[in-house]
Design a protein around this ligand. Sequence first.
Ligand code: F6R
Length: 606
Amino acid sequence: MCGICGVVSNANVVNDLFFGIKQLEYRGYDSCGMAIINGKGLVAPKNIGSIDEVDRKEDFHQYRGNVGISHTRWATHGSVTQKNSHPHLSQNQQFAIVHNGIISNFRDLRQQLINEGYLFSSETDSEVFAHLMDRHYKLYNNIEEAIAASVKLVEGSYAICLLSVHDPKTLYCIKNESPLVLGIGEGTNYVASDFYAFVKFTRNAVILDDREIAVVSNDSYYVRNADTGEIKRKNIFTIDWSVETSQKGGYPHYMLKEIYEQPESLTKAFLTPDIEFTNFADILTKAKEKYFVGVGTTFYVAEYGKYFFADFLGEFCPAISSDEFNAIAKTTKDTAILCFSQSGETYDTLQAIKKVKDSGGKALSITNVMGSTMARMCDATILQKSGPEICVISTKAALSQMALLSFIGLEAAEKMAKISTSEKEKYVSELKALPELISKLLNERSGFIHSVAKKYADEFNWLFLGKGIYYAVAQESALKLKEVAYVHAEAMPCGFLKHGTIALIDEKFHSMVFVPHHDEECLFKHTMSSVEEIKARKGATVGFHFGTNVPEGLFNDQIVLPEETTKMQAPFIQLVAAQLFSYYVAYTLKRDIDKPRNLAKSVTVG
Ligand code: F6R
């Protein structure tokens, strides 16, 4: 979603404000802007386009000031126009605000304010907050009280940072259901929607909780509850991500860098203490209803979990896309959910957790961001330690989640006597061998995958076929191709094909087949039958397979994966190969790989 940065300092803040939104550009990139208080009042340059494009139009660096806010937008309410870009100013230009989230009752508030004589210059929900500040400042003559009075009227999710000519040395902010963190530096303090914005300058951070107002000057800050006025003591925590890991390090794109980081990110995930897997396995095995929950890529991680649990525990544990969770999931005090989220801030997944918590059930999560809302809401969280994932497309975070979920599944299977301890140890050691196997794949197959991707880059319609756990891999792989290359790919279980979709097949239609590991005889056999059905209708096929038992000439093209791969490792290896395929198709088509159109990294609105 949108990225927010605020800086207050004894020096000029414009460079840090600019750097902050550049770091947050992955959260939204259709327009951006800044508001700075300088000697003469408030200036607020903003425009549409990427941050560099807007900088060329507006020349941010011509301004100077000691306090400012900046914003990079992912449009929700109101199209992509200069007027809808943030910051928004109050009518008399005394307040400037930036907002992330959605003010759900903005239509009513807007009408009330219009009736009172306020003129709106944008179509956004956010602008109401600027005018509410003006209205309440006139009543209370105090900015904190004006914020408290304004948020009493506002419904929805919001992270808001504001400044005012009435107090030109201070930043104010408030949040509800959208993340906001303070960065505590020396002579300079920061506010941001995540700590990438300021980790280069300080690693000391304070996480704001819902309905907390923070008042931040260059050398101090305090936080109070917006409803009770009570001053809150906040812990400062140290961010353990280095600046270097959030830089491209010679790779042309973050996506490629992050694909290549997977051996390392898996190794870090494997450092998770066993006790955490045992705890998760205990909670899940005791629950009457259990669900795996995620959305987008993390829904496919949940799908992987569904097949894994069916295979190793013989238990059906539904995977539910978090945006549908509240509509279909029965939750009680005996429910447990395991959620997956790179950011730990995804609105839909947080709503699913809320539903379970409200029913008295247990919520567990695997997430990549310490201190995230999800980590704080859940009964227990495993931090996957993948390091920053900057590309909007998720790769390394999802792969680590699959591995951690497998550890939990094996722990639960052993606990339920579905597998012996020695079997568990064998599978664990296969998982732990993944970093080496993936490195081998990346080193030895990347060039070939590039050539296949180049050959097929102009095919704009694909079926991605899988069966069993390989269907989960096919779904995630199809999402990768859609989002990074803008190529349509529909994932489908092999067996489903003949019930209708096979009508599409002719010599021009392409299918990508995720061939199961040969040890999965039944899955393997059925997948092969589907390929034959496609071939009988002259359909073109590309296969990802492990070499064994695949007849020569079956596929038009094939990506043969390391033969020593075991059944446990196979979905991981296929997924990494498919990530590379999508990357190289997008590369051939010259797509904006790290920031695909219309996307935002962390979807914090419903
Ligand atoms: C796809 C992608 C999205 C996210 C989804 C959930 O590459 O990145 O589908 O997986 O928006 O985000 P998190 O994992 O932050 O909860």
